[in-house]
Design a protein. Structure first.
Length: 513
């Protein structure tokens, strides 16, 4: 390995305590070609590489139990050692998955050799997987409160979907020339963003930062377990919240308006596995949501503000009732740690993803998976539903973003976003939506959902247009890997944080302070 290349890899390995993985630098091209003259790889070798990638993807898609006791029982049934020296639970699951994948390959080879038409169901049966096990992994028996929540979410989401549909119908009547002019104006405005201010927000890296709904303060979660509240735009530390004993991985502000001073307005998740609810009156939690068996990464409020979703390293994501602090849903379905979670604006869907490089879109009204986001070759660390309600952007350690269309049930674009791990992605979800009809009959042009921001381990914050998925602006300034980014609801500011222990505020030079 070249010395400079080795130094880069060692730097990433040393700094990547938050993600728990190592990163290889990859190209940022939109198209990746293996084989032929484009890469200089012999066709035979390229074919072998592609086959190896396909095998790994197929193995990753195999569902294995998340309960270690069931994993051991399955290994015993297959005549394999139930544990190896120094083997962790995740390693044991990976070994079981590899054995099941090998059985599938053996079944395929037998099918080709014998010339028989073996169905996939038969192959699964030969691999020791039955339908009962698969369904049991994805769906667990719920409590009566969950049924009531699903019914409430169905009614809530139908009304919001109706309003969104009306806006999109209005937007469809706007002339293309007017659309192009408006979006060019948005890009010109975004191109004027620069660094406005910086604040040291802790003694350790700042892993997560989020704007409040009124864009007046910023919450910044630190690896030491504290949360600092910073003023905007001065970036002064207003108060410090203490309650977590390990790194804060997730923060989210309640979307509900008119909350009393004593009511919870923010939720956080910590490395010790606890979720805390906070108000701005006291510097200790007002309530805690307990149940996860490992580190809690991202947490998000449901658009209604009544529920909270959490993603955890215990390979589950969960849904909680904020008022009663009840765990409504414990959902399996990922084979490894779950890192990211994002709710659709209507409140009907939720997307989750993690270190298995697979994302899933779930219907909260039924509990079923409606789409599998399978395409990344490395871990997924960020998810964001577009305000249009039908697109999801995933951010991965493979240095790319993928845009998924829930209506078309496929990936519609791959973006070479950064030269290292992409750690976070956030849409602009404030302002007004294009499609509102004014009194004079004209259609109001808004910029909600028209762009999103990302950050990564190349120490850069990037701004992309959601019109053509093109890069609009790069914002260098961090001296370390950037772990988190967010957009203010008023559209005037971006904020980012990372390994350099700072929160940085970005804005145009002509912003009104």
């Amino acid at each position: 390995m070249h010395p400079s290349r080795r130094a880069y890899v060692e730097e990433i390995q040393d700094e990547d305590e938050d993600m728990g993985i190592t990163i290889d630098q990859v190209p940022t091209d939109h198209d990746y070609v293996i084989g032929g003259m484009a890469s200089g790889i012999a066709p035979e070798k390229a074919s072998a590489i592609i086959q190896q990638i396909d095998k790994k993807k197929r193995a990753a898609a195999i569902t294995v139990p998340t309960d270690d006791g069931r994993v051991r029982a399955k290994l015993r049934e297959m005549g394999e050692p139930i544990t190896l020296f120094g083997e962790e639970k995740s390693d044991r699951r990976d070994r079981l998955r590899a054995l099941l994948a090998a059985q599938l390959d053996e079944a395929d080879r037998k099918e080709i050799k014998d010339g028989e038409d073996v169905s996939m169901a038969d192959a699964d049966e030969e691999a020791g997987e039955d339908d009962e096990d698969v369904e049991e992994e994805f769906y667990t028996e719920g409590i009566p409160e969950l049924l009531a929540a699903r019914q409430w979410i169905a009614r809530y989401s139908i009304e919001r979907a109706r309003d969104r549909r009306q806006l999109q119908l209005g937007e469809s009547t706007v002339a293309l020339a007017q659309h192009s002019k408006h979006r060019k104006g948005i890009k010109d405005r975004l191109a004027g963003y620069n660094l406005l201010g910086s604040q040291l927000a802790g003694d350790r890296p700042v892993s997560i930062t989020r704007f409040s709904n009124d864009s007046k303060v910023i919450a910044a979660g630190n690896w030491d377990g504290s949360i600092r509240i910073l003023s905007v735009p001065n970036m002064n530390v207003v108060k410090t919240l203490r309650g977590h004993t390990n790194k804060v991985g997730g923060l989210s502000w309640s979307p509900m308006e008119g909350l009393s001073e004593d009511a919870p307005c923010m939720v956080s998740g910590g490395g010790e596995g606890d979720i805390h609810l906070w108000n701005m009156k006291q510097d200790t939690p007002v309530a805690s949501l307990l149940g996860h068996g490992a580190r809690v990464c991202r947490v998000e409020y449901h658009p209604s503000g009544r529920y909270v979703g959490s993603a955890s390293f215990d390979t589950t994501w969960r849904l909680w009732d904020v008022e009663t602090t009840t765990e409504l849903l414990l959902q399996e379905g990922h084979s490894r740690e779950v890192f990211a979670i994002s709710f659709q604006c209507d409140g009907a869907l939720v997307a989750t993803a993690g270190l298995d490089a697979i994302g899933r879109v779930w219907d909260l009204r039924t509990g079923r998976t409606v789409q599998i986001l399978d395409g990344h070759i490395r871990e997924i660390h960020g998810l964001a539903f577009s305000p249009n309600g039908y697109q999801v952007v995933s951010a991965s350690a493979d240095a790319t973003l993928k845009v998924w269309d829930v209506r078309k049930m496929k990936c519609i674009s791959t973006i070479g976003a950064h030269t290292g791990l992409v750690s976070d992605v956030r849409f602009f979800d404030g302002g007004v939506s294009t499609g509102r009809r004014l009194e004079d009959g004209e259609i109001e042009m808004g910029d909600r959902g028209k762009y999103f921001v990302t950050c990564g381990f190349d120490k850069v914050v990037n701004v992309f247009s959601s019109d053509d998925w093109a890069l609009v602006k790069s914002l260098p300034g961090h001296s370390g890997n950037v772990l988190s980014v967010d957009v203010a609801k008023n559209g005037n500011f971006f904020v980012s944080s990372g390994h350099d222990r700072t929160c940085k505020l970005w804005a145009r030079d002509d912003v009104e302070l």
